[in-house]
Ligand binder design. Structure first.
Ligand SMILES: NC(=O)c1ccc[n+]([C@@H]2O[C@H](COP(=O)([O-])OP(=O)(O)OC[C@H]3O[C@@H](n4cnc5c(N)ncnc54)[C@H](OP(=O)(O)O)[C@@H]3O)[C@@H](O)[C@H]2O)c1
Length: 236
């Protein structure tokens, strides 16, 4: 069965954009939110695969570009938060880069937008699980990719709907901004979400770490804490 995957570029201190912009979309590009976003996604903006898709000239054909191309090839449909869709639709032009159906999670009903190149944006108001189901139905056996933003991705993780997470960690400390993994994951005391790293690719611009999401688990002191590992089953 196809997987539900997610990708996010973050700073070393875990921010996917700068502090949330409170003005209108017209001045978003000049905002602190955008400045942080453009820094952590600089590796994307410089990559040939991204620039090609948007019809921009130039760009670098390198490992980062290969990773973007690989991600697109693996995805048959996308799920996206309404804020990301609003911002992106301003800048992606007539042919957005997805070339596949996109399901936008929102509380605000809106007519489906059809753009060139196989792009469509269907607004889903009955929840994230429904958006994922609708995406899966048209993904043709490929992955359903959660494209962002962080608010949406966190809920997909919180609700146990995510199979695979890939973080692209840019070597920069932003100090403040929109943090990807934070308290509204609503983990209980002594509870955690466990992941297994399955691939690490390092480049000078960014480190790509892919994880399988194992799910929620209990945190408890076991024999390790007293030095007795006789009953510890997963000692590595
Ligand atoms: N660093 C990266 O790799 C990366 C990638 C993508 C985006 N971004 C950045 O992320 C920012 C946008 O992300 P964000 O976290 O602010 O917002 P977001 O996740 O894109 O969208 C949040 C919106 O999605 C809707 N939504 C979320 N959960 C919902 C639910 N359970 N039911 C119904 N609707 C729901 C709501 O829309 P309504 O208000 O319409 O109800 C909510 O306001 C932008 O700065 C963008 O540039 C960064």
């Amino acid at each position: 069965m196809n997987k539900v995957t997610a990708q996010m570029s973050v700073s070393l201190d875990g921010f996917y954009a700068g502090p949330k912009h409170v003005g209108g979309p017209e001045d978003w590009t000049a905002s602190a939110e955008a400045a942080g976003f453009f820094r952590v996604t600089r590796w994307v903006l410089d990559a040939m695969a991204w620039r090609d898709r948007l019809g921009y000239k130039g760009g670098e054909q390198n490992t980062n570009s290969d990773i973007i191309a690989e991600t697109w090839a693996a995805a048959g449909a996308y799920v996206m938060g309404r804020r990301m869709a609003d911002g992106g639709l301003e800048s992606w032009g007539d042919v957005p880069p997805f070339r596949a159906p996109v399901f936008v999670v929102t509380h605000r009903p809106q007519k489906t937008l059809v753009r060139q190149g196989g792009n469509s944006f269907t607004y889903v108001t009955d929840g994230i699980a429904s958006a994922i189901d609708q995406a899966r139905a048209v993904a043709g056996g490929k992955n359903v990719a959660v494209a962002g933003g962080g608010h949406l991705l966190r809920q997909v993780l919180k609700d146990g709907l995510l199979d695979e997470l890939e973080l692209h960690i840019a070597p920069v400390v932003l100090g403040t901004g929109m943090r990807l993994l934070r308290e509204d994951l609503r983990l209980a005391d002594k509870e955690a979400i466990e992941l297994t790293p399955t691939r690490v690719i390092h480049t000078p611009e960014v480190t790509h770490i892919r994880y399988t999401v194992n799910g929620r688990g209990a945190l408890a002191a076991d024999g390790r804490s007293s030095g007795d590992i006789s009953g510890v089953s997963d000692l590595r």
